[in-house]
Design a binder for this molecule. Structure first.
Ligand SMILES: Cc1ncc(COP(=O)(O)O)c(C=O)c1O
Length: 416
């Protein structure tokens, strides 16, 4: 029964309305099997790594048939490779989307989507906590081509609606946001877009479809840095945009021109990482919750931002709409300056100092130093980045080890 359901998904029938829930495969079953042929070349259980920049035709008639019959086969590597198609189908199934398009990084996905959808004179509106490189692409680069970017406070739905005019083409937010972990009311966000016939885009990198599936709330496009939880092992870069076939058609066409595709080896690593996606997410969620609770009760910590905590501004919304809250925690030290904060980061031994998140290894960083070093203090304050802020991306190590390690690092906050 379940295998029939996966076969149906693999034949693009995942959106049969009203299919009984009992026929919906579970998350791990999808992660392991969706998108793959049951019987693979040379009877291998794994997909082959196809290192080909081009794909051959038997003769000229085969080329003509391919063009005239719109055959489903490869032609040239810039349009993708067979492994990429498997992962795209797998991610579409996990996301509950008709289609997913893979890119060579999360930013390539964002750039690919926005350049396909926006033209001179168009406007986009961001919630202000959205990933800073996404905003930067719009304000510094799309602006050169006549696209206007507006920004409103995260969660201010009235301000977002008020900023819409006849040129507005897209509303963009991250949820949860990074590093503040604000949660967007996806239903409200999608409804504003629908009321004004404006597309909506959620960067759900921090949530993943295991924790929330924005398309189910009516959002048009979901993007992820697949570098994070999808890959899951801090060993690859990739990105994905998911949505309806119709809305993504021109996006895929442009990717074929840009060529921001994945190498065969990269996509194999991504497919392999996805096999354990649910198991890893369960552990990330568990570690995030336990470590956040520990930090909240620690006397050296003045504030913890984690949607799973009752003290979080969006806790209720998060509880209503999400299955779990991921591994990312942002916290502030009590009465510590940037140097004292850096000392705590340096004393941590299990988590390694690095940007990124979502991999098996825990990572820790001080946003002031890692991402905002060149920003003047007033600019940092505008983005809510404080001197005493630490961002911890919990990996899948044992939570007690992460807690014991943080306890020793926090025990000696130097107040001299
Ligand atoms: C929320 C979010 N979106 C997008 C990106 C960009 O992804 P990538 O680094 O894969 O280009 C990142 C990367 O840090 C991110 O954290």
């Amino acid at each position: 029964m379940l295998i029939r359901a996966i076969d149906a998904i693999n034949q693009d029938e995942q959106h049969v309305p009203g299919r009984p829930k009992s026929l919906e495969p579970g998350f791990s079953t999808l992660s392991v099997h969706a998108g793959e042929q049951r019987q693979k070349p040379i009877n291998s259980i794994t997909d082959p790594i196809v290192c080909a920049s081009t794909y051959t035709f038997q003769d000229t008639q085969a080329v003509i048939d391919y063009i005239e019959q719109d055959q489903d086969r490869g032609e040239y590597g810039r349009y993708g490779n067979p492994g990429e198609q498997v992962v795209e189908r797998k991610l579409a199934a996990l996301e509950g989307a008709e289609e997913a398009i893979l890119y060579s990084s999360g930013m390539a996905a964002m750039v690919g989507l926005l350049t396909a959808k926006l033209s001179a004179g168009d406007e986009v509106i961001f919630f202000d906590e959205c990933y800073h490189r996404s905003r930067q692409f719009c304000t510094q680069h799309l602006s050169r081509f006549g696209v206007v970017t507006r920004t409103v406070k995260t969660g201010d739905y009235r301000a977002m609606e008020a900023a819409i005019n006849s040129n507005t083409k897209m509303l963009i937010s991250e949820s949860p946001t990074n590093p503040h972990l604000s949660i967007v009311d996806l239903e409200q966000f999608a409804a504003i877009g629908k009321r004004h016939r404006v597309d909506t885009l959620i960067d759900a990198t921090l949530a993943t479809p295991f924790n929330v599936r924005p398309i189910e709330f009516g959002v048009d496009f979901v993007m992820h840095s697949a570098t994070k939880y999808f890959g899951g092992h801090n060993d690859l870069l990739a990105g994905v945009v998911a949505g309806s076939k119709q809305k993504l058609a021109e996006v895929r066409d442009l990717r074929g021109i840009l060529g921001s595709v994945n190498s065969a080896h990269n996509v194999y690593l991504l497919e392999r990482g996805l096999k354990t996606f649910e198991l890893r997410m369960q552990r990330h969620n568990e570690n995030g919750q336990r470590v956040a609770e520990f930090l909240e009760n620690h006397p050296a910590v003045s504030r913890v931002l984690y949607p799973g905590l009752r003290s979080h501004r969006d806790h209720q919304l998060a509880q209503q709409t999400m299955r779990g809250f991921g591994g990312l925690i942002t916290f502030e030290l009590d009465q510590a300056d940037w140097r004292q904060t850096a000392q705590v980061v340096d004393r941590v031994q299990v988590a390694r100092i690095a940007p990124s998140l979502g991999g098996v290894e825990s990572l820790i960083e001080q946003p002031l130093v890692m991402s905002y070093y060149h920003y003047p203090p007033a600019e940092r304050a505008k983005f809510g980045i404080s001197d005493n802020m630490i961002r911890l991306a919990c990996g899948i190590e044992n939570s007690q080890d992460l807690i014991d390690d943080l306890a020793q690092a926090l025990a000696r906050v130097d107040r001299t």
